[in-house]
Ligand binder design. Structure first.
Ligand SMILES: Nc1ncnc2c1ncn2[C@@H]1O[C@H](COP(=O)(O)OP(=O)(O)OP(=O)(O)O)[C@@H](O)[C@H]1O
Ligand SMILES: [Mg+2]
Length: 169
């Protein structure tokens, strides 16, 4: 059966607006959730993660791109495991560092450059794509894949934080 999906988007002017969206998503996260972040260098994936960690009651200052260590862990309402797949060249490398075990754990996971490791990602997940639209403008598109995730995206739309966009084929 096809997975349930909902997609929405918004334009964020300034890091505060991006982090506000991330914190709103954080409020809906439960143990085992995986948030995949895609977008070019400097698109705002790490700033989105800072907002998410702050939204979970953690310290955003702890959050940096774990490019060299591949994963960092932050304590918050739910423990956040923050992956950076930038230096990985295959999904197998992501599995080798234990992503499956982490995804199945009782925290939440964030994956920067998730599009580099597509086969290591769970079917049910959030996907956030960030695109540069100007010096302080970023276009965000969020897809909830799975019933609960799709409901969360609908909630973010109901809060006026995102506008619904066409369903994914
Ligand atoms: N609306 C915005 N949202 C997020 N970042 C913004 C925004 N406007 C400007 N920026 C700037 O864009 C940069 C985003 O950096 P960030 O480290 O989050 O990118 P990244 O996608 O994680 O890059 P990398 O792939 O190198 O890890 C920062 O310098 C930030 O100040
Ligand atoms: Mg980053």
């Amino acid at each position: 059966m096809a997975i349930v999906r909902a997609r929405a988007s918004c334009l964020c002017d300034g890091i505060d607006q991006t982090q506000l969206r991330a914190a709103a998503l954080a409020a809906r996260l439960v143990a085992g959730d995986v948030v995949c972040l895609c977008g070019q260098l400097g698109a705002g994936k790490t700033y989105f993660t800072k907002g998410l960690v702050r939204g979970l009651g953690g310290d955003a200052d702890d959050v940096t791109s774990p490019t060299f260590v591949l994963m960092q862990v932050y304590e918050a309402r739910l423990t956040v495991s923050h992956f950076d797949a930038y230096r990985l060249t295959s999904s197998a490398q992501m599995l080798d560092i234990g992503s499956d075990e982490t995804f199945a754990g009782d925290g939440v996971s964030v994956v920067e450059w998730a599009d580099r490791v597509p086969e290591a990602l769970p079917d049910e997940r959030y996907e956030v794509r960030l695109a540069v639209r100007g010096p302080t403008q970023r276009f965000l598109e969020i897809t909830g894949r799975g019933r609960r995730q799709a409901d969360a995206v609908a909630f973010l739309v109901s809060q006026g934080l995102f506008q619904p966009t066409d369903p994914v084929l």
